[in-house]
Design a protein. Sequence first.
Length: 364
Amino acid sequence: MKHTLSNFFKFLLILTTLSFFPALCNASSQNPYDQIIFFGDSLTDNGNLYKFDLGIMPKSPPYFQGRFSNGTTWADKVSEYLGAKTAIKTANYAVGGETTIFHDPVEGFLPYTLTSSTDDYLFRNSFYDKSHSLFIIWIGANDYLPQKNLDEKLVDNVISAISNNIEKLIQNHGMNFLIVNLPDLSLTPRGRTIETSKILAQLSALHNEKLAMAVSDLQNKHINVNISLYDINDVFNKLIENPDVFNKKYHVNITNTTTGCWTGGYTLQQLQNQKSSIKAELDQQIKYNLLAKNIDTTALADHITATPDLAEAYAVSKSYANGGTACATPNEYLFWDSVHPSDVTHQLLAQGFIKYIDEHFIRG
């Protein structure tokens, strides 16, 4: 009898273990994170370009402490939330004006790319465990904003660069990746007013289509790595189509989704025709700053005028210097200027990101 009971309990133990085995396997395939690393452009930059160029871009005010908005970015707000609620730390490698691939690089001034940022991160963290980091990559707008033709090869190169950088981080033991697609760039205030609006819409759609396929391929190739795609395009489309839904949910009051809070001043075309005057102004700004003596102002002026992201910020700064003012109610605007979201929009984006991260990744 005792032997029979013993066998029964052994059988019960085995059965219980097997019943939990699928759950344990599923849990082990998820990789807990205790740090977030941000890569991207001006939508994510928390002041990196501002520190690099010693406050030349973007001017503060009218921009907020080196951010390309009138407040902190979604990445700042996510970091603040996690810092208050958890022990999770964050590091931001996003740079305003950054592209995914090189576009006519200029000597003396580094046009930041995703590859240069990931290389910088890997160099600075050579001896740190990366398996418990969550890498968030949101980039591509600056590759497409200047384009005047539907260049599918360009899109392929952008997607290839994103995939290659993810692969590189995986080879360095990265295990968690949140990849973000692009909003429809033709729906920004700038995109609505230029002749290439249709091209921007097509490039945005093609980018998102190819990015989804690339993320799927990477996930199938690396089954033990958690790679997820966040559809920010869908968020922006819904916000533009029906802001009242977001207003009620988040207790805000966005009423203008088509124009920027800051208008007037220099146009992007005027700036592109004034490289020499921009260089002269940059020379004057750094004349008595010994720390800035190695900045190539000619190259920097070229970079500003060639990058709509930066050119818009410079145009707003010129307007501010000449007595221009922002709208009276910036919290009612989706956009701060013609390409960058307002502070209230960054608040909504941050809450969306936090929800998505909590649903798709496990905190360590």
